[in-house]
Design a protein around this ligand. Structure first.
Ligand SMILES: C[S@@+](CC[C@H](N)C(=O)[O-])C[C@H]1O[C@@H](n2cnc3c(N)ncnc32)[C@H](O)[C@@H]1O
Length: 261
C-alpha cells in the first residue's frame, strides 16, 4: 500500500505499537482501562520523537533529500518503491557515527533508494573517501543523483545501477570498511555470503543490515514473504560460527556483523 505524499505510515515495531495503542485507547474511552492505556500510549508514541530530538540534527542536504522524497508521489513509480523506505535522521546519524568511529574510507551500500543513507555515510567520510551505492531501479537512481548533485558530499558517491547480485560480482577485488545491506530482503543471505567470501569486506570491517526486525513480523506476525526472509536470515546469522553480531532495535532493526578472527 503506497501512501500519498507526506502521509507516511508506521513501518517500525515501535511506531506500529504506538498506532495500535492509540487505536485501543480510542476504543477504551470511559472504561477502567483508559488511564493505563493512555500511559502505555504515551510511552510508545513519545519514543521516536524523543530519540530524534536528542540526536544531532541532520545536515541541510539530508533534510532536503528527505523532504524531496516525502513530496514525491511514489504511487506513480514502477515496482514497489515507497517513501517509507527512506532510513532517515536517526538511522543516518547512527551509520555516520559508525563510519566515523571506524575511520572508514570505503563504504558499500546495497539498496540506495533516494540516497539518504548513502549521503549520510558520504558526509562522514574523509575527502578522499567514497561510497559505492548499488540500486536496481534506474528512475530512483536518477532521483538520488539529482539530490547528490546539489549536495556537498554527493561527489563522494558512486552509483551503480543493476541487480545487486551482478553489481556485487563486478566489484570483486575491491574492499570496503563498512557495508550497509538494505535491498530486497530475499536477497540478504546471498549478498552477505558474497560479501564475506569474495574479499569485499576489508579486514576488521563491519556489515550493517537494515530491517532485521521487519516490523516485528519474525516474532509477532503477520506471516509475510519479507518476514519469513528476515526470520531465516537472522537465524542463519545467529548460527554462523564465523560471525559475531548484535541486533540493534533502532528504527526497524539494524544488525551489526563482524567476522571473528
Ligand atoms: C529500503 S530501500 C533502501 C533505502 C536506503 N538505503 C535509505 O536509507 O534511504 C531498498 C532499495 O533497494 C532497491 N533494490 C531492491 N532489490 C534490489 C536488487 N536486487 N539490487 C539492487 N537494489 C535493489 C530498491 O529499488 C530500493 O530502492
Amino acid at each position: 500500500m503506497r501512501t500519498a505524499p507526506g502521509a507516511a505510515r508506521p513501518v517500525t515495531p515501535a511506531s506500529i505499537l504506538a498506532a495500535r495503542l492509540e487505536d485501543l485507547l480510542g476504543r477504551a474511552a470511559g472504561t477502567p482501562l483508559e488511564d493505563d492505556l493512555r500511559a502505555a500510549r504515551d510511552l510508545a508514541v513519545g519514543l521516536d520523537p524523543y530519540v530524534e530530538s536528542m540526536t544531532s540534527a541532520e545536515s541541510a542536504d539530508l533534510a532536503a533529500l528527505a523532504r524531496a522524497t516525502a513530496a514525491y508521489d511514489w504511487r506513480d513509480a514502477a515496482g514497489s518503491l515507497e517513501q517509507e523506505m527512506l532510513s532517515g535522521h536517526v538511522e543516518g546519524r547512527f551509520l555516520a557515527m559508525l563510519a566515523h568511529a571506524m575511520r572508514a574510507r570505503r563504504v558499500l551500500e546495497v539498496g540506495m533508494f533516494t540516497g539518504y543513507s548513502a549521503l549520510a555515510l558520504a558526509e562522514a567520510l574523509p575527502d578522499d573517501g567514497s561510497v559505492v551505492a548499488l540500486e536496481i531501479d534506474p528512475e530512483v537512481a536518477a532521483f538520488a543523483r539529482e539530490q547528490f548533485a546539489g549536495s556537498t558530499a554527493g561527489r563522494r558517491i558512486d552509483v551503480r545501477v543493476g541487480p545487486a547480485g551482478e553489481t556485487l560480482s563486478a566489484l570483486a577485488g575491491e574492499a570496503f570498511d563498512l557495508v550497509f545491506i538494505d535491498a530486497d530482503k530475499a536477497g540478504y543471505a546471498d549478498y552477505l555470503e558474497t560479501i564475506l567470501t569474495t574479499g569485499l569486506l576489508a579486514p576488521g570491517g563491519l556489515v550493517c543490515v537494515d530491517n532485521t526486525l521487519m516490523q516485528g513480523q519474525p516474532w509477532a506476525g503477520p506471516d509475510t514473504e519479507n518476514g519469513r526472509a528476515i526470520a531465516a536470515f537472522n537465524a542463519d546469522v545467529a548460527a554462523d560460527p564465523r560471525l559475531e553480531q548484535v541486533v540493534v532495535p533502532l528504527r526497524d532493526g539494524i544488525t551489526l556483523i563482524r567476522v571473528l578472527p
